[in-house]
Design a protein around this ligand. Sequence first.
Ligand code: NAP
Length: 232
Amino acid sequence: MTALVLGATGFVGREVVRQLCVRGAAPVAHVRPDSSKLEEWKQTFGEQGAIVDATPWDAGALAQTFKTLFSRGAGQLFICIGTTRSKAKTDHVEGNIYEKVDYGLTKLAVDAAVGSETRPRLVYLSSVGANPKASSKYLAWRGKAEEVVMQSGLPWVIARPSIITGERDESRVGESAAAVIGDGLLAVAGVLGGKKLRDKWRSTTPDVLAAALIRIAEAPESDKIYDGAELR
Ligand SMILES: NC(=O)c1ccc[n+]([C@@H]2O[C@H](COP(=O)([O-])OP(=O)(O)OC[C@H]3O[C@@H](n4cnc5c(N)ncnc54)[C@H](OP(=O)(O)O)[C@@H]3O)[C@@H](O)[C@H]2O)c1
C-alpha cells in the first residue's frame, strides 16, 4: 500500500507522515517545489523514513507521479491542504484564497488522480460545518471541495474535525482562544446532555486526528464522512 500525503508540511499532514513512518509504511511526503524549507523537509522526513516528492502543482505532472506511485494497486492519497489569510498573503495569493487554494488545489489533485487511471483512496481533511451553501466563504469552498472528492468516481473518505489545536510553528491566537472557550462551553453542554454536540464541536489535536485519518484510510468501507467521536 503506497500512501502519498499532500500538505505533508502542515500541522496535521506532518503528523500523518510521522505516524505512517512509525508504522513502517514509508509514505511519500509531498512538499511544494518552491518551498523555502524543501531541504529541511527532505532531511526531517528522510530521517523519519519517508520519501519526499516535490512534483509541481500541475495536473499533468501530478498525474504522472500518481501513475508511478499507485499503479501497483491500492494506494492512499491524503489531502491535508489549505490556506489561511496570513499564509495566502505570504504566498501572494489574491482574490478568493479558499477557492484558489483549499478548493483549487484539491480539485487539481483529484483531477490528476482520475487522469492517472489509478484508483487510490482519497482521504480528504475537511472541516466541521463544510457545506457548499454555507455563508462562510471558507466553509462553502470546503463544501465544494468535498463535492469534487465525492464525485470523483474514486473511493473516498472525508474527515470533518472541529478546531485543531496545539503548538504550531506560527502563532494562531484566534484558533487557540476559540478552542479553549469552545471546549469550556461544550463541557457544560456535555454535562447538560448535549454529548453529540460536544463530540462534534470540541477541539482536537494533530496526533489524535492523524491517527483517525490513517484509521479511516484503512477502514474496510469507503465513501463515508466522519466527524465528532469517530475522529478520536
Ligand atoms: N486548523 C484548524 O483548526 C482546522 C480545523 C478544521 C479543518 N482544518 C482544515 O485542515 C487543513 C489542514 O490543517 P493544518 O492545520 O494542518 O493546516 P496548515 O498547517 O496550515 O497546513 C496547510 C498545508 O497546505 C499547504 N499549502 C497551503 N497553501 C498552499 C499553496 N498556496 N500551495 C501549495 N501548498 C499550500 C502548506 O504547505 P507549506 O507548508 O509549504 O505552506 C501545508 O502543507 C486546513 O487547511 C483546514 O482547512 C483546519
